[in-house]
Design a protein around this ligand. Structure first.
Ligand code: PLP
Length: 441
């Protein structure tokens, strides 16, 4: 397939018309906020179809895609084997309200891949996984407070939509109207990658912290890599204070390595949240941990949590097919080399264009930050939010014009899939070369 961008100017008339219609019947015209292009301006694209690494909008424009539906599509869009698995499962019935063998199969793959996870409970989204995992942590410790890091995202449940309170280490305040102050006050916010901050939080609330909840690789403030010692340090702090370590691997699970970040860095959290890839593009989430902890969940134990569509057979089939594809070949080697090629290409292009750019990457998660100064680094939320989002917006639109679909926000990671190839990466770098000329203008 050719990734040459056509010479005719791109029309988005159909997407624009759809957006007007959508905005009449859906808030902001979308089903999830980032899709609305608020972070970059302009009107969002409406998608007709996608295949492999190519996504096509309803005006017929084709783009090489790095959104990857924000993480699930590690084997690319409409992978034949995944589509066949979904079709087969669907033909036998979409949902039964009773157990299927597919749940056992997916649970066995997950527990086989992640040493800290002996049992899992399937839910329908990452949001649900995180909120349920926190209930479990509170039940297991008999404590109410949780710690989370600024800029880490764990879904949109009340207790996790929290800003740091005024002053260091004060209890949190709601980051959205509608979140009760009393619930936000159950969450202490700290800086990511800062062990002193974490230690101070534990010391300020002795015997009160149920869990430290963290994305082991932060992927929702752009991409921020854990500094060496940070995750082992959190493990030690949790142990010292009788708290549980909760890794939210909804994004990183099976993305950065078979298993996830905890396998890559060899750290054992107490509870792990999963989602995205394990559903192969269908709605899914899961949380897991030791048998002892997980048997506290209803009906084995007293901690209530349920779901009409949980463990849905179509989602299980998509997840199993995706994970089997990842297990078979040399997928992670391929993802590593393609992603390194992309990151190196971005860095080199930025140097040639004299545009300050900090490219963070772990495996097939990549994020170029438009830092304000040359040589700047991004290691936490403050660094990320200091970046030049106006510049990212210009870059984003220039890349669209050059046939590349990026996340419409500086604060999202780019995802490489096994459906990308060197030709697609090189076409992307060529588009980067052209687009960087516009950001300096
Ligand atoms: C995407 C994501 C979530 C939320 O998952 P949804 O399925 O969108 O509810 C939670 N945590 C992390 C780390 C995520 O990346």
């Amino acid at each position: 397939m050719s990734h040459e961008s056509s010479s005719a100017p791109r029309s988005t008339a159909h997407s624009r018309a759809a957006y007007v219609k959508a905005s009449r019947v859906m808030p902001g015209g979308v089903s999830s906020p980032v899709r609305a292009f608020k972070g970059v301006g302009g009107t969002p694209l409406f998608i007709k179809e996608a295949r492999g690494c190519t996504i096509t909008d309803i005006d017929g424009n084709e783009y090489i895609d790095y959104v990857g539906s924000y993480g699930p599509l590690i084997v690319g869009h409409a992978n034949d084997i995944v589509v066949a698995a979904i079709t087969k499962a669907l033909g036998k019935g979409a949902t039964f309200g009773a157990s299927t063998e597919a749940e056992i199969r997916l649970a066995e793959i997950i527990t086989g891949a992640i040493p800290s996870v002996e049992m899992v409970r399937f839910v329908n989204s990452g949001t649900e996984a995180a909120m349920s995992a926190i209930r479990l942590a509170r039940a297991a410790t008999g404590r109410d407070l949780i710690i989370k890091c600024n800029g880490c995202y764990h879904g949109h449940s009340d207790g996790l939509l929290v800003n740091a309170g005024s002053g260091a280490l004060t209890l949190g305040t709601p980051s959205s109207p509608g979140v009760p102050r009393s619930i936000a006050a159950g969450t202490v916010s700290v800086q990511y990658n800062n062990l002193d901050d974490a230690r101070a939080a534990f010391e300020k609330y002795p015997g009160q912290i149920a869990c430290f909840c963290v994305e082991p690789i932060a992927g929702n403030m752009g991409l921020v890599v854990p500094s060496s010692g940070y995750l082992p340090g959190l493990r030690a702090l949790c142990d010292a204070h009788g708290a549980l370590l909760l890794f939210d691997e909804v994004m990183t699970g099976f993305r950065v390595a078979w298993g996830g970040a905890q396998v890559l860095y060899d750290i054992r959290p107490d509870i792990t949240c999963l989602g995205k890839i394990i559903g192969g593009g269908m709605p899914v989430g899961a949380y897991g941990g030791s048998r002892k902890l997980m048997e506290m969940i209803s009906p084995a134990g007293p901690v209530y949590q349920a779901g009409t569509l949980s463990g849905n057979p179509v989602a299980m089939a998509a997840g199993i097919a995706t994970l089997e594809l990842l297990w078979e070949g040399d997928c992670y080697e391929k993802l590593e080399s393609l992603s390194a090629r992309l990151a190196d290409g971005l860095t080199a292009a930025a140097e040639r264009a004299s545009v300050p750019l900090a490219v963070n990457r772990v495996g097939a998660m990549v994020c170029p930050f438009f830092t304000k100064e040359a040589g700047g680094t991004v290691t936490n939320f403050a660094d990320a939010t200091a970046c030049d989002t106006a510049r990212y917006a210009k870059f984003f639109h220039a890349m669209l014009d050059n046939g590349i679909f990026l996340p419409p926000s500086q604060f999202e990671a780019w995802f490489v899939s096994t459906a990308h190839d060197e030709e697609a990466i090189d076409a992307t770098i060529a588009a980067v070369e052209k687009s960087l000329q516009h950001v300096t203008a």
